[in-house]
Design a protein around this ligand. Structure first.
Ligand code: GLC
Length: 480
């Protein structure tokens, strides 16, 4: 089937979080299974995108409100990602380095809505101009949530009305909300249908996508169930649209995330030499940060935001630093400036036990997965979570709050064949208890290494989930 993925992110071209990882890998695995997926993203000024060679496929201009703008569709020439990557060059909108955030000010771009409306319109203009319709248009998150609306309602795109659309929800905390009258930026549609764009009196891109797409999917089954009672205001809508919704857990790109071949690791290892490999990577990591490699080492990698439970970490870390339990904590990520300050201070106060690297650093992330004993994910909300899967592949035991995809992918060590540590409530006491359980596991060497070997053998690759996506495509397009 010919499937077009529309997204704001696609690793390694442009990544801010897990959305990039999924859109950069799922289409590749679908194509290996015989599908014909293409990906369209905006042409940002990222170093990866700047370094590629392109062929110009189409140039045009499109209306947006009372104005019009020029754009070009470029195809990445060498097909390096395992699927054709098309980027839309919209001068004045995307010729900037950040995906959402301006790296100099640390703030979101003022014209985020116009940026993504112009991207969505340009993509549809080109799809229509190609003459032959795709079999599926697959949208990801609110940045592409207006596409299902425009395909079903805008006169200009009438030829696409029979093309099935999917919206995959990677994160329902963000909706792309705007004042209601911003609908004027969209091509003409029957004004009686304005309600499709509306949620709580505002234009809501995600809500519009959920209402108009033929199918909704989320990135784990538990998250799907949670959205009906916790989705930042969209609970009722998720509830109403349940019949056309399904949860499919993400996979990971097991070619990129392979400790046996990972070029970002100085010491590669496999299940055959995992003890030696883990020890060596831990030594390197601890050396880099001046930590004692004999101590159990806990890490956090990710955005330092409320959603990920990053605000629980200072108290959690401090309570262990002030106790008689000796442990190391390593932290990598960026986010809330208030938390940056706290972690920077803690680093000075606890030299030798705590290290915080407050930046985005892909190489260090790989080294931390390989060199840690435990990965901490105390998320308030976690649609799927990929870090626990990366960590397990690299032999690092996950400590997770049992929400969303974390619940679906981590089985507690107290259960038969269990391999991780779970806690239920989001509070310090439960998180502390989980870390204590981890310390106990670490001190039981036999059980600890058994757990490490068990997690390294688990299969979190796309193999299973890609089949589920294919089933979903066939259900929408049974003739194909
Ligand atoms: C978002 C979610 C994360 C998920 C990722 C990919 O970043 O927060 O849980 O794994 O999208 O679907």
């Amino acid at each position: 089937m010919h499937i077009i993925h529309l997204s704001a992110e696609c690793y390694p071209a442009a990544k801010a979080g897990g959305l990039g990882d999924v859109v950069g890998s799922l289409p590749k695995y679908l194509n290996k299974l015989g599908e014909n997926c293409e990906v369209i993203i905006p042409k940002y000024q990222t170093s990866w995108l700047d370094a590629q060679e392109y062929e110009t496929i189409w140039q045009s201009n499109a209306p947006m409100g009372f104005e019009s703008y020029n754009f070009s569709i470029l195809k990445e020439k060498n097909d390096v990602l395992g699927f054709p990557l098309y980027v839309i060059d919209i001068p004045g909108r995307f010729d900037r380095p950040g995906v959402y955030i301006d790296p100099w000010s640390g703030k979101g771009y003022w014209d985020e809505f116009e940026r993504f409306v112009s991207f969505q319109i340009a993509a549809l203009e080109w799809i229509v101009s190609r003459g032959k319709n795709p079999d599926i248009v697959h949208c990801h998150d609110h940045h592409t949530g207006l596409v299902p609306f425009m395909m079903t309602q805008c006169n200009r795109y009438r030829s696409l009305v029979d093309v099935p659309t999917i919206i995959t929800v990677h994160n329902a905390e963000y909706h792309g909300q705007q004042d209601k009258d911003r609908y004027q930026l969209l091509p003409a549609f029957d004004i009686n249908k304005l309600g499709l764009l509306d949620w709580d009196g505002r234009l809501n891109s995600l809500a519009a996508g959920l209402k108009c797409a033929w199918q909704i999917s989320t990135v784990s089954q538990t998250y799907m169930d949670e959205l009906g009672y916790q989705s930042n205001g969209l609970e009722l809508l998720f509830h109403q649209e349940k019949a056309k919704s399904r949860g499919i857990i993400n996979g990971i790109d097991s070619e990129v995330w392979d400790p046996g071949t990972d070029p970002l690791l100085d010491e590669n290892f496999t299940i055959r030499n995992y003890k030696k490999g883990k020890r060596k990577n831990k030594e390197l990591l601890c050396k880099e940060f001046g930590l004692n490699p004999e101590l159990p080492t806990f890490s956090f990698i990710g955005r330092l935001v409320r959603e990920k439970g990053a605000d629980l970490l200072p108290d959690l870390f401090t309570s262990f630093m002030n106790s008689d339990k000796e442990v190391n904590f390593v932290l990598l990520g960026t986010g809330d400036p208030g938390l940056h300050e706290i972690f920077a201070r803690m680093e000075n106060d606890h030299v030798g036990y705590f290290d915080a690297t407050l930046e985005y650093n892909e190489k260090l992330a790989h080294e931390i997965y390989a060199g840690s004993d435990f990965i901490l994910m105390p998320s308030r909300v976690e649609p799927c979570g990929l870090n626990q899967m990366y960590a397990m592949r690299y032999g690092t035991v996950p400590i997770v709050r049992a929400v969303g995809g974390l619940k679906d992918s981590v089985k507690d060590i107290s259960e038969a064949e269990g391999y991780g540590i779970r806690f239920d409530e989001f509070n310090l006491l439960e998180a502390e208890h989980a870390v204590h359980r981890a310390i106990d596991l670490y001190s039981d060497e036999k059980k600890y290494w058994q757990t490490v070997s068990r997690i390294m053998k688990l299969d979190f690759s796309w193999n299973r989930s890609a089949e589920e996506y294919i089933k979903m495509y066939i259900d929408l397009n049974p003739k194909k």
